[in-house]
Design a binder for this molecule. Sequence first.
Ligand code: MLT
Length: 327
Amino acid sequence: MKTLSAVLGMTAAAAMSLSSLPASAQTYPDRTITMVVPFSAGGPTDTVARLVAESMSKDLGQQIVVENVGGAGGTLGAGRVAQADPDGYTILLHHIGMATSATLYRKLAYDTLNAFEYVGLVTDVPMTIVARKDFEPTDLKGLVDYVKANKDTVTVANAGIGAASHLCGMLFMSAIETPLTTVPYKGTGPAMTDLLGGQVDIMCDQTTNTTKQIQGGTIKAYAVTSPERLAVLPDVPTAVEGGLDGFQVGIWHGVYAPKGTPSEATERLSKSLQVALQDPNVVARFAELGTVPSPAADATPAALKAKLEGEIARWKPVIEAAGQYAD
Ligand code: MLT
């Protein structure tokens, strides 16, 4: 049993180590945190961000407020956070676009691998290839044949160069060797409105934005880009089943902070993210939308850093081979 002096010694040491932390670190967070989402409100990234932010707010005891800064395929919002004060009160939730934009944009306003601190991975969302509900083709093979035959008139919606919908659309066009007319939006939230209205023909978008519409029959679904069919969309075949060999893509998401943000803050946020990803409400909502939370072990700065570095290296040769740059 520890002696009183040992306990006293320890609390003194703990007090010492705590007191060596800047006051702000001891009480972080002590006010509202802004989470920047680099796409429009109501879209898939916004949906994931608001679910996670709500749960993290409870754990942190401070509100995380989502701010949508859409445009330029997500690079405007990312740039906003790269420039923000590194005090732990501005963070970013972004996805695979963080990695693809590092190559797609040759004049990016920030150095992707040196402008951010890392908090952790969040989820990896499958994509779906969908169309307006009155679009003629009835399966993926029919869709491929139709768009090849009508390549001058078919339109593909996306959320700008660097977006997940842009990446998936680019992979689809190169898989069928048919360039199509793309229609950019600030997010697939507003793009979905036009797809529902029949103003655009097809889109490749995350299940977090399409599942409810597909289940409701308000849009047509041709494929999911996951290795297996999804429990929430049992009648939608995988793209590989539909004849697009190797066509698999998942949209991983992560939370970042400006470079220089104290590790006490990013570690605290990481702990809170881990709690949020095990929150039964978050788990249930993610499942309804066709995705699952990242394992708590991946909701760490080291895991996100490794993922981003690996994904930049993975997509660089693909993008350079396609030769499609944003600038
Ligand atoms: C969004 O939230 O609008 C999407 O993530 C856009 C995209 O990347 O396709």
